[in-house]
Design a protein around this ligand. Structure first.
Ligand SMILES: [Zn+2]
Length: 374
């Protein structure tokens, strides 16, 4: 038997891999930082064996509550990801599985590789509605891709949508697939109407280095990008610095920053109610957006989420707060579960790429329904 993770997005360290019923592994920390939670590895040579795979340092994870009622995802073909029996006890996360093929992949959530990201961007640019823009480079010299969708005329409202500031939150890029493909669908009347009023700047992956390195939260320099918006640094957080510069040129009227939450089994939106400039107009937009999105996609809900910041107390180093305060934007942070939606569970897949894509596409329609208020 063999366990490996030396590939795009992989992360694991082998402690012991001699007996199928006692495979012991450890998650590596994000480099230059203490975060630890994302894993992605391949097991070979365990065909039809009753495997017990123990992640022995799961108790040291950044969000141990993330393991409660959580099930690991697995795939044989790296296309279809299903859940396998998982138990969390005494600081260890244990997977019980009998592989039906000799090679099987396991991960924290369905991975979204950097190669797949490159294909998403390349395909998008072949649409007459889209243009790919190089926004700058990462710490390790990778491209930061922005896809502009719609006209660049001056009189239009501007929507920025970004994902994977936290690279291990791969559901955010699955969400982006649904969002982008709907915007580019020339037969969709909703996107046609949205694009009459809005120009989109879409960053499907804010953190290509962290994605490739198999990180949960940080870039290659150990920066948590969603804490760098007030003072981005050319060496430590060029990803934010470069995108922020582009935003300063375009302005921002509405923004969506897409994430995953380790602990909460819900889709929800956090906004920027705690910024000093928050006003009734944006509160009304937020209330309307949430209720419309619930109607369009019942996997979304507005009952559970983060407690709102007290007035004036928002952390302005976070993207949504920064954009709300700097540009007066109607800014939202979209959160999806790693686990499943508690109100609408799916036993086979839990929360999945397919469901995240549907939610991304639904957001185009939610934007359509608030166009008059923007
Ligand atoms: Zn996040």
């Amino acid at each position: 038997m063999h366990v490996s993770s030396e590939f795009d997005g992989g992360n694991i360290r082998v402690v012991d891999c001699k007996e199928a019923n006692n495979i012991q592994l450890e998650i590596r920390r994000d480099r230059e930082s203490g975060f630890l939670q994302w894993f992605y590895f391949r097991l070979t040579g365990a065909l039809q064996k009753q495997c017990l795979i123990r992640i022995v340092n799961a108790g040291d994870a950044s969000y141990p509550r993330g393991w409660e009622d959580y099930r690991v995802v697995a795939s044989y073909d790296r296309e279809f990801w299903f859940r396998v029996d998982t138990f969390y006890e005494d600081g260890e996360l244990s997977i019980q599985h009998q592989p039906a093929y000799n090679a099987v992949y396991y991960a924290y959530f369905a991975p979204y590789s950097l190669e797949k990201h490159a294909s998403l961007v390349a395909v998008a640019q072949t649409s007459p509605r889209a243009r790919v823009i190089h926004a700058g480079t990462t710490v390790q010299g990778r491209d930061i891709d922005v896809i502009r969708i719609g006209d660049s005329a001056d009189d239009r409202k501007i929507c920025w949508a970004i994902a994977r500031q936290h690279p291990g939150e791969t559901m955010a890029e699955w969400w982006m697939e649904g969002f982008i493909s709907r915007l580019l669908d020339g037969t969709d009347p909703v996107s046609r109407e949205v694009l009459r009023e809005l120009t989109f700047y879409v960053v499907p992956n804010m953190n290509p280095d962290g994605s490739f390195l198999g990180h949960l939260r940080c870039n290659a320099a150990g920066a948590n990008l969603n804490r760098c918006w007030r003072e981005p640094d050319a060496d430590k957080s060029p990803e934010v610095l470069n995108v922020r510069r582009m935003m300063e040129n375009t302005r921002v009227d509405i923004s969506l920053d897409v994430h995953g939450d380790e602990a909460l089994p819900y889709n929800f939106i956090a906004s920027a109610e705690g910024v000093p400039s928050w006003d009734d107009r944006r509160q009304d937009l937020l209330d309307t957006y949430r209720s419309e999105l619930m109607q369009i996609n019942p996997d979304f809900q507005a009952t559970h989420g983060y407690p709102r910041s007290a007035p004036g107390q928002a952390n302005l180093a976070m993207c949504s707060n920064y954009l709300a305060e700097t540009f007066g934007a109607f800014s939202m942070t979209h959160e999806m579960p790693f686990k499943d939606t508690a109100d609408s569970p799916n036993a086979m897949q839990g929360w999945s790429p397919e469901r995240a894509e549907h939610l991304g596409a639904a957001n185009v329609e939610a934007i359509y329904r608030v166009l008059g208020k923007l």
